[in-house]
Design a protein around this ligand. Structure first.
Ligand SMILES: NC(=O)C1=CN([C@@H]2O[C@H](COP(=O)(O)OP(=O)(O)OC[C@H]3O[C@@H](n4cnc5c(N)ncnc54)[C@H](O)[C@@H]3O)[C@@H](O)[C@H]2O)C=CC1
Ligand SMILES: CC(=O)C(=O)O
Length: 310
């Protein structure tokens, strides 16, 4: 295993998403060492002070410091939440050119430090930026992870939990595809204790749930300007899976090499996550309709990739 050991995490981008992630990490005692980096140094320094004052009540002692890209050299994990966020009415794909440029600069500086760990990317459009991080870093595909559909799948499980009056942790199901408008629920395998939920719902209700999941971000952004708690918990969950070598299956943004018929794209699919990053992409058995929608979602991302990388 050729990755940096230890559990130091460097967070790049301490805006709404990044600072919520830092708070979740501290609350859950996942890492011993967290370094915050942001273009807005004053904001990052303020977050460090504020977080440090919570450590005494955290489950574990932890070092939280302000830093620079140099700090990535011995980090196990670099989490990137930096860049522009959607404004009301904007799609995630509207952010692409701004954030790819920002990522080129950030990832190059991280690699110059000698970084040899795992990247976890949250900035939108996350699938394209995970692909960009993989390209710019030159790291093996398994060491670049996008947050993919971790949040969408949580939204799906939450709504199904409400529908069937069951804890969302007991609802099993995935949203796959783009973390964006072309995503899809895998109804054919969504279940509660092994019993499929799809036959218990009308087509109309299934469609309503899928739309509620797909459009959740727009609704939250209209209401309060940004979404951050849900993704922060999803990023913390992925971080725990990596640092604790869990071999757990989570829906993340993974690079496909033939799985479900597609290659050369980062997209949301269930994957086994451990200390090496993405150990394996889990190939779901999709019905014809799901496979067709997944292919369309891949194509949406590839069309964008083509405008950047030809
Ligand atoms: N993957 C997902 O499921 C989700 C992704 N997001 C995405 O996360 C990203 C961050 O969102 P917010 O935290 O709400 O935005 P924000 O505007 O609150 O924070 C962005 C931070 O990035 C920093 N930044 C900008 N350029 C930088 C650079 N070159 N180097 C270092 N830092 C830089 C800014 O100073 C700021 O602190 C957005 O792209 C947003 O769309 C948001 C929610 C869910
Ligand atoms: C903003 C965003 O990507 C989300 O909440 O899904």
């Amino acid at each position: 295993m050729n990755v940096t050991l230890g559990n130091k995490v460097v967070l790049v981008g301490t805006g709404a998403v990044g600072s919520s992630y830092a708070y979740a990490l501290m609350n859950q005692g996942i890492s011993d060492e967290l370094v915050l980096v942001d273009l807005n140094e004053e904001k990052a320094k303020g977050d460090v002070m504020d977080l440090d004052h919570g450590i005494v009540y955290a489950p574990n002692s932890m070092s939280i410091k302000f830093g620079t890209y140099e700090d990535c050299k011995d980090a196990a994990l670099v989490v990137i939440c930096a860049g522009a966020a959607q404004k009301p009415g904007e799609t995630r794909l509207d952010l692409v050119s701004k954030n790819v440029k920002i990522f080129e600069s950030i990832v190059n500086q991280i690699m110059q430090s000698g970084f040899n760990g795992i990247f976890l990317v949250a900035t939108n459009p996350v699938d394209i930026l995970a692909y960009a991080t993989w390209k710019f870093s030159g790291l093996p595909k398994e060491r670049v992870i996008g947050s993919g559909t971790v949040l969408d799948s949580a939204r799906f499980r939450y709504l199904l939990g409400e529908e069937f009056d069951t804890a969302p942790t007991s609802v099993h199901g995935y949203i796959i595809g783009e973390h964006g408008d072309s995503q899809l629920p895998v109804w054919s395998s969504a279940n509660i204790s092994g019993t499929q939920v799809a036959p218990k719902l009308t087509e109309e209700r299934k469609q309503e749930i899928a739309v509620q999941v797909r459009d959740a971000a727009y609704k939250i952004i209209e209401s309060k300007g940004a979404t951050y708690y849900g993704i922060a918990m999803g990023l913390a969950r992925i971080t725990r899976a990596i640092l604790k070598n869990e071999n757990v299956v989570l829906p993340v943004g993974a690079y496909l090499e033939g799985e479900n018929g597609h290659s050369d794209v980062y997209i949301g699919v269930p994957s086994v996550i451990n200390r090496t990053g993405i150990k394996k992409v889990v190939e779901l058995s999709l019905n014809d309709q799901e496979q067709e929608k997944f292919t369309k979602s891949v194509q949406t991302l590839k069309d964008i990739q083509a405008t950047i990388w030809g």
